[in-house]
Design a protein. Structure first.
Lengths: 252, 217
C-alpha cells in the first residue's frame, strides 16, 4: 500500500483563515500564511487552500495568499475557490500553486475541466466535490460553498470527472464538516471504489481512529483542518498515531 | 566561494516560481529564461516542467531551444531535468502517441502500469511521497544525491515513467505496486529527477542544494 498523505486544509475568506461547521458559521482564526508555514515546518505532506466564498463573490486575495505561501512552503500546494477559466488556473499556477481544485465552475460547465487538464495536465486538476447525503448510499453534489443543490449525483460526477481528465478527487462531506464526528466512511468508500484516481477525504476528523477508518475505506489522503488550527493535534502527533495504528505514511 | 547561479529554462510550461524559490533558498541566484544565448552561457541549468510530453517538446521547439539544450549538455556543464523535464531528456515518449525527445539520456518514457505486480488495480496518476531507493551499493557519491540517506522520502506525481536503456544510469528507484520505477537518473553531467525536489520539503531542498553547489565543470 502507498503512503497515505496527511494534508493540512486551510479554508480562507478574503485575507483570513477561517473555520466553519457544515461550511457555515464562519469564524476567523488568523493569518493563512502563518498557519501554512507552521504546517510545512511540522511536516505536512501537502497544503490545500480553499477560498470558500470565492465562487459567490469572486476571488479576492487568493493569488496573493498562494504567492506568499509558495515563497517558503516547499511541499505541494493545492488551491481552489472561484476558478472559472483556464486563465484563472494559469494565474494561480504562476503564483506557485501545484494543483487547482475546482467545483462550482466544473458543475456548471464540465468541459472546463478538460480544457484545464489538456493545458496543464491531469496531475494538477483536483475535482472538489462537496457532498451532502440524500438517502442511504446516495449523495448530492453541492456548489457555491455548500449552499446550492446541483441535482448531480456524487458517484456519477466522480466517474464523469475521471472521463473529463481530473487527477484526484477531494471529497468533502458537508454533513460531517466541522463536527469532529469522523469522516463519512460510506461516502469515501463509494467514491474511492468507483474511480482509478486518488481520493482525498475531508470533513469530520475528530480523533486518530477516524483517520485509520477512512484509510480503510479507501482514502489515499486525508485532509484535516480545525484539529490542526486549534492545536487539538499537531501533525507529528497525528502522523505518529497513524503509523502506530499501521497506516503507511512517510516518516518525517 | 562565489554565489552559485542557476539558469531555469522557461518554455511556457508549469510553475517556475517554486523551483526559483527553492533554488534561492539553497543560496543560488536564479534566472528564468527562454533565451538561447543565456542557455548557451549558463553555469548550471534546470529544465523543469509538468504536463504532457508533446506540449513540452513543442514549447522547446517553438522557442528554438532543442539545439541549444543539446549543445549545452555536450559542454559537460551540469543539467538537471525535473519531472517532465527529466522525461524530455529521453529518446522518445509513448505519451499520447510516440514523440521524439532530447535524447540526452537514452531510454523511453512509458505509461506506469495500472496493475500491481500481484495483479491489483492501482491509482494513475501516481501521487505522493515515496522512498528513494538505491540500485547498487553506495551509488550516490559524486551525484546530487550524495547528501541523501537511502530511503529518504520525496514527492512525485506522474502517469508516465522513464525506462533507461543503460541500467547503470538509474541512480534511484521508487517502488509503485511492486514495480521499481526510476526516480533519479544520470548520464555524465545530465541528471534527471522524476520527483520534485522543490516540493519534497527539507529533504528535497538538501538534494537541490547539492546540485546547486556542485563545482561547475
Amino acid at each position: 500500500m502507498n503512503n497515505v498523505r496527511l494534508i493540512a486544509r486551510l479554508d480562507v475568506k478574503g485575507p483570513n483563515l477561517i473555520k466553519g461547521v457544515h461550511l457555515e458559521g464562519l469564524r476567523v482564526i488568523g493569518s493563512p500564511h502563518a498557519f501554512a508555514r507552521r504546517y510545512y515546518e511540522q511536516g505536512a505532506d501537502e497544503i490545500i487552500y480553499i477560498d470558500i466564498v470565492a465562487s459567490l463573490y469572486g476571488r479576492s486575495k487568493l493569488t496573493e495568499i498562494v504567492r506568499s505561501a509558495a515563497h517558503d512552503v516547499f511541499v505541494p500546494i493545492t488551491v481552489g475557490g472561484g476558478i472559472r477559466s483556464v486563465d484563472d488556473v494559469r494565474e494561480l499556477l504562476r503564483a506557485g500553486a501545484d494543483k487547482i481544485a475546482i467545483n462550482t465552475a466544473a458543475v456548471r460547465r464540465p468541459e472546463l475541466v478538460t480544457e484545464i487538464a489538456r493545458r496543464f495536465g491531469s496531475q494538477c486538476v483536483v475535482l472538489s466535490i462537496e457532498a451532502k447525503q440524500q438517502a442511504p448510499g446516495r449523495w448530492e453534489v453541492f456548489t457555491d460553498c455548500g449552499r446550492e443543490r446541483s441535482g448531480v449525483d456524487v458517484l456519477d460526477w466522480a466517474r464523469r470527472g475521471v472521463d473529463l481528465g481530473i487527477g484526484e478527487i477531494l471529497v468533502t462531506s458537508i454533513d460531517r464538516e466541522g463536527t469532529r464526528k469522523g469522516f463519512d466512511l460510506d461516502l469515501t468508500r463509494t467514491v474511492a471504489s468507483a474511480v482509478p484516481v486518488p481520493v482525498i477525504a475531508s470533513g469530520g476528523f475528530g480523533a486518530p481512529a477516524d483517520l485509520t477508518a477512512v484509510v480503510d475505506a479507501g482514502a489515499a489522503a486525508v485532509a484535516v483542518a480545525d484539529a490542526f488550527h486549534f492545536d487539538r493535534f499537531t501533525i507529528p502527533q497525528l502522523r505518529a498515531a497513524a503509523i502506530g495504528a499501521g497506516v503507511p505514511m512517510r516518516v518525517v | 566561494m562565489s554565489v552559485p547561479h542557476v539558469t531555469v529554462v522557461d518554455y511556457g510550461i508549469g510553475n517556475l516560481y517554486s523551483v526559483q524559490r527553492a533554488c534561492e533558498t539553497c543560496g543560488a541566484t536564479v534566472e528564468l529564461t527562454s533565451d538561447r544565448d543565456a542557455i548557451a552561457n549558463a553555469e548550471r541549468l534546470i529544465l523543469p516542467g509538468v504536463g504532457a510530453f508533446a506540449d513540452g517538446m513543442s514549447g522547446l521547439r517553438e522557442r528554438e531551444l532543442v539545439g541549444p539544450l543539446r549543445d549545452y549538455a555536450a559542454s559537460g556543464r551540469p543539467l538537471l531535468g525535473i519531472c517532465l523535464g527529466m522525461q524530455l531528456l529521453a529518446d522518445a515518449s509513448e505519451e499520447f502517441g510516440v514523440h521524439e525527445g532530447l535524447g540526452l539520456i537514452h531510454g523511453r518514457v512509458k505509461q506506469i502500469p495500472a496493475i500491481t505486480t500481484d495483479g491489483r488495480a492501482q491509482h494513475i496518476p501516481r501521487v505522493g511521497w515515496m522512498s528513494l531507493d538505491p540500485v547498487t551499493e553506495s551509488p550516490w557519491e559524486d551525484t546530487p544525491l550524495r547528501n541523501t540517506a537511502p530511503g529518504a522520502y520525496v514527492y512525485l506525481v506522474h502517469s508516465y515513467h522513464f525506462v533507461c536503456d543503460v541500467p547503470s544510469e538509474v541512480l534511484a528507484v521508487s517502488e509503485y505496486g511492486g514495480h521499481r520505477l526510476a526516480s533519479a537518473i544520470r548520464a555524465h553531467n545530465v541528471v534527471g529527477f522524476q520527483f520534485h525536489p522543490e516540493r519534497s520539503g527539507p529533504e528535497g531542498l538538501r538534494i537541490l542544494a547539492s546540485f546547486v553547489n556542485d563545482e561547475a565543470r
